[in-house]
Each structure stands twice: as C-alpha cells, then as structure tokens.
Design a protein around this ligand. Structure first.
Ligand SMILES: NC(=O)c1ccc[n+]([C@@H]2O[C@H](COP(=O)([O-])OP(=O)(O)OC[C@H]3O[C@@H](n4cnc5c(N)ncnc54)[C@H](OP(=O)(O)O)[C@@H]3O)[C@@H](O)[C@H]2O)c1
Length: 423
C-alpha cells in the first residue's frame, strides 16, 4: 500500500495531515496546548525521498518539532522496525502511482510502541506493542496513525517480525483465500518465491492440505525455499519455467500468482488448467536496476496479456488483479490481520527475516533487493547504528546525503537536519 506522506511541517499549518484513515502515515502533529509538551521538542529520524531516481534520492533527516497533539482515534507510535517492499523500489523510481510526489517519506508497514493515545481510543494504551499498516510514511521514528490500523503484537513476536507481516501476508492471504480460493489438492505457481510475498504465499499454502507449490527463484535460494515449503523450486534464470512445470505437471497449474507482468503474464495464463485462476499483482519486470528503465517498461507494457472476453469465456480461466493499496475497506484489512495473527500464534506462519539495516544503511537495503540477494524480508531500523555495530571495512559514504542545519526558533516550528548515511 501506499499513499499520503508526512511532509515537513510548515509553521502556518494548524493541522499537519488530514489524510483519510488508510493514509495513516503522519508525522506527529504539533501540540499547542500543554506547556509541559512545549518545553521539550520532539526529535525523530526520518527517511525522505527527495526526488525520483537512484539510491541517492533517499536521505536520512532528523526532524525537530513540538510535541504532537492527537486527534480522536489517533495514536502516536514510536517505530522500532519497518518493512522494505518492492513497491518502494518502484516508488523511488517514480513508478508507484499511490505515492505522493517527493519530498515524501515512504514505508507502508512497521511495528513499535504506543507513546500516546487520542482521547476516544479505548482499545489501545500507552506501552502497547503494535503492528502498523499505512499507505506511506512509516520510515520514521515517530508516526501518528489511526488506531484502527494498529494491531496488537503477540508477546513472542519480535519488532522485526511484526514489521514483516502486514503487506506481504495480507497480499498473500487475500490472493490465495479471497480471490483464488485455494483448496486441498490444488497447485500454485508463485514467482519471486524467495521474497517477502513468496515466503508468505508458501507458508499459507501449507495451511491447506496437499497443495503443490511451484516457485521461481535464483538457484542459490532453492534449498531455503524448499525447506520453507516450495515443492518445486525452479531457476527461471537458466531454465524455461513453463517447460519445467509441464515436465512435472503436463496439465499445468490451478493458480498462478504473477508479480512480474509482461510476457510472464501470458506464460502464466497459458499454464493455467481449465477453471484455473491467474492473479496479476505486480510489474517487477519494469525494474532492471536502480534507475528507471524506459525500455524495460515499454517491453513489459507491449508484452502484457491482452484478451477479449469471448476468448476468456472459451478458455474457462479466470484472470484477476490484486493491489493491496487500493483496498480501502478497513474492516476487511483488520479481519484479515487478526486471522494472520491467529495463524502466527498457532505457529503456522512466521516471517523469514533476510536482513536488518539501520536507517543510515538504507542504500545497502535497497541494493540488496535490487541485486536480488534477499531471501525473505528486508527490515529497516530507525534506531541509530551503534559504533561497534559498524562493519570494520565499512565503505566510504556515498554522496547521498548532505548536511543542512537549522535551529529551532519561534518562527519555524519544525527543523530538518540531514545526516550522513552509509553507503
Ligand atoms: N499488488 C500488491 O498489493 C502487492 C503487494 C506486495 C507486493 N507486491 C509485488 O510482489 C512482488 C514481490 O514483492 P516483495 O516486496 O515481496 O519483494 P521481494 O520478493 O523481496 O523482491 C525481491 C526478489 O524478487 C526477485 N526479483 C524478480 N525480479 C526482480 C527485479 N526486477 N528486481 C529485483 N528483484 C527481482 C529477486 O529474487 P530472485 O532472484 O530469486 O528472483 C529478489 O531477491 C513485487 O512485484 C511487488 O510489487 C504486490
């Protein structure tokens, strides 16, 4: 999901953000009332997309402002961990339509501790550990969000796990159980099987008896995804995955989950058994590196599946699209999140964390996903990296952050300071 962001506070702004509930991504709004609150300004670290392009466009800033004043239904969360999603690779390149124009703070999910609650919030309290879903704005230390989009974390769940659940698992669950209606004995093809959504799909398939999972991924990841439940890992880089699947299952598969787009959607459609379901939920083929690639976009667009309804009828197949960002039904999201938390409690799902990066290492996090190295979820940590944690051979910081300083004064109520990030 994605949506509104937490722009820099302007002195004249009485209300910081007035987003609809799902656009829960808010930087804290200033308080004007409590003298105690005014005494101590709030400083928090935030990753800001300053323009479209490569890694250097995401800058770490420290924002300072007055203490937030919560409106009804809102909570203030101290964020401990956030998820990196493929959508943020697209967003950085200007290819994610739900993300507002820069400067904008990305981040659609996180976990943390509630620091304050709005007056009518009854079911959340200060100190609660919560998972947060948002349209954007989660890549910062402090956020004001709608309490409705916070979910209590089970005791045994780490902050990293909590941040890894919402986007990947809601997407996987809704596609498998709401759209494709996966049932015992069915077969599923998932691309990017070693990624965040891939692991979520694989784990959820295992909650249904006798489901066969075909998963495409780079070869070095096969052992891990097979251990995770992928029945047939396929190296799409060296083999034709359509041929490989046909060798194992000549009739094809019942469900294809397609996050790639372009010619892969056509292949997916061709692989469907009669009464099978194809769900298109991404366009990763548009991304070839850190910068926008117009040729890859044109190729993906040109090769996309094109059907007329008569042909579709005669094929006895279903073609669906899924995009979590366009699901505005908070009750549906909430119901599904609670089902997922139940499954977590039963030990049936558990996010696989690939790696964790502090905010100053965001470039490394992006690079890991762009270079297709991750096996599972990449997590960002708002907390500053301690000196001793820094790798001995830490490379020189690249020029992706410059330092600007501004003093807090009566006229400007929020200040922003960019800090050095690591390469
Ligand atoms: N519609 C929705 O609501 C929704 C929600 C969440 C995610 N998605 C989509 O689901 C897909 C997976 O998302 P995710 O966040 O879980 O990411 P992810 O799977 O962790 O993505 C990274 C992995 O995908 C593979 N990959 C394939 N093509 C790639 C490319 N062009 N660039 C980089 N990596 C590529 C690589 O693994 P291998 O080398 O093993 O292939 C890489 O390690 C994305 O297409 C995303 O847009 C859609």
């Amino acid at each position: 999901m994605s949506g509104e962001e937490a722009p820099t506070l302007q002195p004249e702004q009485e209300k910081k953000l007035d987003d609809p509930p799902l656009d829960a991504s808010q930087a804290p709004q200033e308080s004007g009332s409590s003298p105690a609150a005014e005494e101590k300004p709030l400083s928090f670290r935030s990753l800001v997309l300053t323009g479209y392009g490569g890694y250097d466009k995401v800058k770490l800033q420290v924002k300072t402002q007055k203490q937030p004043q919560l409106e009804a239904g809102e909570v203030l969360v101290h964020v401990k961990a956030c998820g990196l999603n493929f959508a943020e690779l697209l967003g950085r390149q200007g290819l994610y339509e739900l993300l507002p124009a820069p400067p904008v703070t990305m981040g659609m999910e996180g976990s943390g501790v509630i620091e304050a609650v709005g007056e009518d919030v009854k079911d959340r309290k200060v100190g609660d550990r919560v998972i947060v879903l948002s349209r954007s704005g989660m890549w910062q230390e402090m956020v004001v969000v709608s309490a409705n989009l916070t979910f209590p974390m089970p005791e045994q769940m780490s902050f990293e796990e909590g941040a890894a659940i919402p986007v990947n698992y809601l997407t996987a669950y809704m596609m498998l159980f709401e759209m494709a209606n996966v049932r015992p004995g069915k077969s599923v093809l998932i691309h990017m099987a070693a990624g965040g959504v891939g692991f979520a799909v694989t784990q959820l398939c295992q909650t249904v008896p006798d489901v066969t999972v075909f998963g495409t991924a780079s070869a070095p990841k096969h052992e891990t995804i097979a251990q995770g439940g992928v029945t047939h890992p396929i190296d799409y880089r060296t083999k034709d995955y359509v041929e490989e699947i046909r060798k194992i299952s000549p009739k094809g598969v019942d469900i294809v989950l397609d996050p790639l787009g372009g010619s892969d959607t056509q292949k997916g459609f061709s692989l469907l058994k009669p009464l099978g379901t194809l769900i298109v939920f991404g366009a990763a083929n548009c991304v070839t590196g850190q910068k926008k690639n117009l040729l890859a976009m044109a190729k993906t667009w040109y090769n996309q599946l094109s059907l007329n309804t008569l042909k579709l009828m005669q094929s006895n197949k279903a073609v669906c699209g899924f995009h979590l960002g366009y699901i505005t039904d908070e009750q549906l999201i909430s119901r599904t999140m609670f089902k997922l938390l139940e499954l977590y409690g039963q030990g049936k799902i558990k996010p696989r964390i690939d790696s964790c990066y502090h905010f100053e290492e965001v470039t490394d996090a992006f690079r890991r996903m762009h270079e297709r190295q991750n096996i599972g979820k990449i997590i960002l940590l708002p907390e500053a990296k301690k000196e001793e944690e820094k790798p001995k051979s830490s490379p020189e910081p690249i020029e992706n952050v410059e330092k600007t300083e501004a003093a807090v004064n009566d006229k400007k109520e929020e200040t922003t300071e960019e800090v050095k990030a690591e390469d």
